[in-house]
Design a protein around this ligand. Structure first.
Ligand SMILES: [Zn+2]
Length: 326
């Protein structure tokens, strides 16, 4: 670095070069119009893969998207680990679900205090307030389990990218339109798959309450008032592994009253609850089976690296096993 006044001792050409360098330095340090990184891309961080996958589809070549909560980690209770703080601090955009999903203390505190955070779930509900579900008074954050509803997340994300990178506005909006179309097609496909099963057999038991939106949209008939009856789970809106005798009895009674015998574990939730229910059910003379393939609720992992693949997998697995359930 040149110290102030040192240019007096330098030859004219070097002084000229130093002045040019100083100008360039001042120019490059001045506030930028957009927060574009040295590699020419803006940086976005998404808390969960179901958001990150959409962000990647919209961002294309213009932005780099990374996901904070990897693989089978539980987004409900995720706490920041080494390196997360840096990742969040360096991001130009932070997409998170909100609606109480990311309630680990360190992460929720970070998101609350950051001006870069965009609560995608809140935005979706602002545009479709009538779609919000609750369970025992608590907001259900699992909006992504209804593909058509989750498609409402695309627009606010594309707008956020365009705001951060105005030159790319038309690029993002074109990619967003393609993505929305793909999601609308997938929504119809998931419903068609599930409706291979006759209505009187469309009942679902999974590990935790992640499938309410899925049930209303796909298991139920259109506009069915009693759709909630089609889904049960031993663990609540956030899986906590706490299972009482009354929870087990409730699920076993549910299986008996609907004449179903298949339990669907979720990829990122311990199978202990499901195993206990199967064991108690068997003691009561029920032929209870546990599906060999997990469903994907809160986490996308294994071969389900993309959101729409995850939803197709869930639909195919549920339909195939309910078809076999005599
Ligand atoms: Zn969940």
């Amino acid at each position: 670095m040149l110290k102030s006044g040192s240019s007096k001792k330098l030859p004219r050409t070097v002084r000229g070069f130093a002045a040019t360098l100083l100008c360039l330095t001042i120019f490059s340090c001045s506030p930028k119009k957009t927060p574009i990184e040295p590699d020419g891309k803006i940086r976005a961080v998404a808390t969960i893969a179901q958001i990150g996958d959409l962000a990647e589809e919209i961002a294309g070549e213009r932005a780099q998207v990374s996901i904070l909560i990897h693989g089978s980690l539980d987004p409900h209770s995720y706490e920041l680990v080494k390196g997360d703080d840096e990742k969040l601090s360096e991001a130009d955009l932070i997409f998170y679900n909100g609606l109480g999903l990311e309630h680990g203390a360190s992460l929720s505190e970070w998101l609350r205090s950051s001006e870069k955070g965009i609560a995608i779930g809140d935005r979706v509900i602002q545009s479709r307030p009538e779609k919000l579900l609750r369970k025992e008074g608590a907001v259900d954050p699992h909006l992504w389990m209804d593909v058509a509803l989750w498609a409402e997340a695309v627009e606010p994300m594309a707008e956020a990218f365009a705001k951060a990178d105005p030159e790319g506005a038309s690029y993002y909006s074109a990619r967003a339109a393609i993505l929305k179309q793909k999601m609308e097609e997938a929504d119809r496909e998931v419903r068609r798959t599930i409706h291979r099963i006759p209505a009187d057999k469309r009942y679902l038991v999974t590990s935790h309450d992640a499938f309410q939106y899925f049930t209303r949209s796909y298991l139920a008939e259109e506009g069915e008032e009693g759709w909630r009856e089609r889904f049960e789970a031993p663990e609540g809106l956030a899986p906590d592994g706490q299972l009482g005798t009354s929870d087990i009895r409730r699920i076993v009674n549910y299986l008996m009253s609907h004449g179903i015998s298949i339990l669907f574990p979720e990829s990122n939730v311990s199978r202990d609850s499901i195993r206990k229910i199967a064991s108690v059910g068997k003691q009561m003379g029920l032929h209870v089976r546990i599906c060999e393939e997990p469903l994907y609720g809160d986490a996308m992992d294994g071969e389900n690296l993309h959101y729409l693949d995850m939803m197709r997998h869930n639909a195919e697995t549920i339909a195939r096993y309910l078809e076999m359930d005599e």
